[in-house]
Design a protein around this ligand. Sequence first.
Ligand code: SF4
Length: 321
Amino acid sequence: MSQQQEEIPVAETAVDDVVEEAVDDAIADATVDATVDAEATPVRPPSKPGLSPSRANDFLQCPQMFRFRVIDRLPEPPSPAAARGTLVHSVLERLFDLPAPERTLEAAHGLVPSQWDELREHSPQVTEMFPDAESLAEWLTSAESLLGTYFTLEDPTRLEPRERELAVSTELEDGPQLRGIVDRVDVAPNGWVRVVDYKTGRSPRAGFESSALFQMRFYAFVIWRTRGVLPRRLQLEYLGDGVVVQHEPTEAEMVTFEARIRSIWAGIQDTARSGEWRPRTSKLCDWCSFKALCPAFGGTPPEIPEGAVERATGIQVAQVA
Ligand code: SF4
């Protein structure tokens, strides 16, 4: 893996040669350019338990947290950082609706109010995060600052993404349905595929990249399985500190990844059978939405709703009377 801002041919797709597709269409019918996606299948409602990279990481981080989030589906309060991530992602997505020469920082900043309105409409509770107009203005300015960093990493006037906010999924035989949303897919004239993910936080310190790389390998694996094309490059763009992390996956790595994801899924199912969703304390507990309910901190988890374990894991368990 390298941490550099290297340009690759994928980014240089001629604007005139590319047909833009709206993300809503891409997600709704999952039709994708035939040159890269002849094998793609439409994204349908899940027919079996699903696993996303975030939820797999949740289980690895703390089985108890996985239970609260995935089995119990407990609500979590909105956080300014998460909401800012949503806002910045939607601005970057919409930015590519504009003709290439108009994709300027000013245009990106100009999209912030409308995307904030959409976010509020979709998740009215986000407004509760801001006690006054001043704190909201400060938060919006911090989102604009992240957009400013984006423009130091890439020149969107020279890019023509093939996909944005692309829903991908594949079913593992005897395993879960793997699914996720890919922020951006670029395809070079020579067919090379680059998967891009925007991160609104800071880049991980050396030695702590495994969780981010896990997510990118997950996307690469799903694209490889559904399209028969292994992405040439995986690219994480950290807008918190202006770092680009790149990785070039190999087929051997994908085989290892499948074994890894099967092992995680086996761990989830074993835990579901035993009912032992153990807390695993760490520094991250301070950011955990469920700390008050966590047995490791004196809390009492609620009863698991009937059928919730099977829905999430495929494992039938006897309900405690
Ligand atoms: S507080 Fe810590 S140990 Fe408890 S559920 Fe959250 S992450 Fe797990």
